[in-house]
Ligand binder design. Structure first.
Ligand SMILES: *Cc1c(COP(=O)(O)O)cnc(C)c1O
Length: 420
């Protein structure tokens, strides 16, 4: 087992470098123009583009074997069930989860976190504490606030430093005997900061807390091994890892899932239904009420096949090169302030330009076919921490190239000229 894991890590490390020009052909949208310019898509932290294999997987399901799953004895239903459950196996392997019943399909990271807050949250008592960090996405803040309102539990927030890194000593000092849940991001969507999740999980476990990792960003940029991280919950969305929207995953330890009450009631999540009371289906189905996004789940499986065929190490190496290249230009750019300069950082460049509102920067870039995100990036507390209303965010994916970074900075020069 161990040698198999080492073997696959080694294989990934030796994976050939990405042939990015070739891989761009896999993404039909990258052929299009916007406002008369070739599309430069730098909004990957919001959602990534989809390769043909994902688009085709969904189309193929609808065209040739569309049927509801888990219920029919007929042939199409069996084919659809095999494909959907096959995608679950792909997810399990991809994140190195021990068991397939620990993979719950959801609508996305947001629903995965809400599931844990609602269901696991029912076991918390007034006065229990939930610890998050200052760099969380709203979807890893608000579900816990709702839980605190319902259960009179207490939300604590571990602060970040000026570079956008979690302050480990402060995190440690906020852990205590009342800490029941720690929920933190693997990689920040607003800053790019990557948290040392394995060490943080070990610290939280020492006080007896369970740990949920928000992997919405990390899943597309870093190899994720939930067994190695030793987290209790890991949440991510399909659409940020080249898969369909409306798909997501919650990994959770089976012992926790067994003890947790259902999240939603309905078809497929039950064993027996009587008016006097019902009993619950086995895992993972206990947490999957109703007809799921079957096509999306199959598409997510195709996305994972695609990413694994390239290797996250090769993808990460390429993206790190783009980030380095962009960061160097950013340092030389007059009036540009980077927001988020963590030592360990994913391919996200968040910044402000002196004298120009981020929305104006984004609008000018758009006229040149360049898609960036401007705003608070669903992380208003991060904006508050830096005293800015918004930033411009360029975020990279496996198909971005250096000439697109150049186009971004030419667009910024143009913005400055227009506002001079
Ligand atoms: C995108 C994102 C989310 C929310 O994901 P949804 O797909 O909108 O549910 C949560 N956390 C982080 C870090 C994200 O980047």
């Amino acid at each position: 087992m161990l040698s198999a894991i080492n073997g696959s890590k080694l294989a990934q490390e030796q994976a050939p470098a990405l042939d990015v020009a070739r891989r761009r052909q896999d993404f039909p949208i990258l052929q299009r123009e916007v406002h008369g310019h070739p599309l430069v898509y730098l909004d990957n932290a919001a959602t990534s583009q989809k390769p043909w294999s994902v688009i085709e997987a969904e189309r193929h399901y609808y065209a040739y074997y569309n049927a509801n799953i888990h219920r029919g004895v007929h042939h199409l239903s069996q084919e659809a069930t095999d494909a959907y459950e096959g995608a679950r196996d792909k997810v399990r392997e991809f994140i190195h989860a021990p068991r397939r019943e620990e993979i719950i399909f959801t609508r996305g990271t947001t629903e995965s976190i809400n599931l844990v807050a609602s269901s696991y949250g029912q076991g918390l008592q007034a006065g229990d504490e939930i610890l998050i960090t200052e760099m969380e996405h709203h979807s890893n803040i608000v579900p816990w606030q709702l839980l605190c309102q319902r259960s009179r539990t207490v939300l604590r927030v571990a602060p970040i430093d000026d570079a956008g890194q979690l302050i480990t000593e402060q995190f440690a000092s906020l852990l205590g005997p009342r800490t029941r849940v720690v929920a933190l991001t693997h990689m920040s969507n607003a800053l790019g900061s990557i948290n040392p999740v394995k060490a943080l999980v070990a610290m939280a476990h020492r006080v007896g807390a369970v740990v949920l990792i928000d992997g919405a960003q990390a899943i597309a940029h870093l190899p994720v091994d939930v067994t190695d991280i030793d987290c209790d919950f890991y949440a991510f969305s399909g659409h940020k890892v080249y898969g369909p929207t409306g798909t997501g995953v919650l990994y959770a330890r089976s012992a926790l899932l067994e003890a947790m009450p259902p999240y939603q009631g309905g078809g497929d999540m039950i064993k027996e239904v009587r008016f006097a009371g019902s009993s619950w289906n086995d895992l993972p189905y206990k947490f999957e009420a109703g007809t799921p996004n079957i096509a999306g789940g199959i598409g997510l499986g195709a996305a994972i096949d695609y990413v694994r065929s390239l290797g996250l190490n090769a993808i990460g190496t390429h993206e790190a090169d783009l980030l380095r290249y962009a960061t160097e230009q950013a340092h030389d750019f007059p009036g540009l302030t980077l927001v988020g300069t963590a030592r360990d950082k994913g391919a996200i460049l968040s910044f402000t330009l002196a004298g120009i509102h981020p929305h104006d920067v984004g609008t000018i870039l758009d006229t040149r076919g360049i898609a960036v995100r401007t705003g608070h990036h669903c992380a208003m507390p991060v904006m508050e921490r830096y005293g800015v209303p918004a930033t411009v965010r360029a975020s990279f994916a496996l198909y971005n190239m250096r000439h697109e970074v150049d186009a971004l900075f030419r667009g910024l020069v143009k913005a400055q000229e227009m506002f001079a």
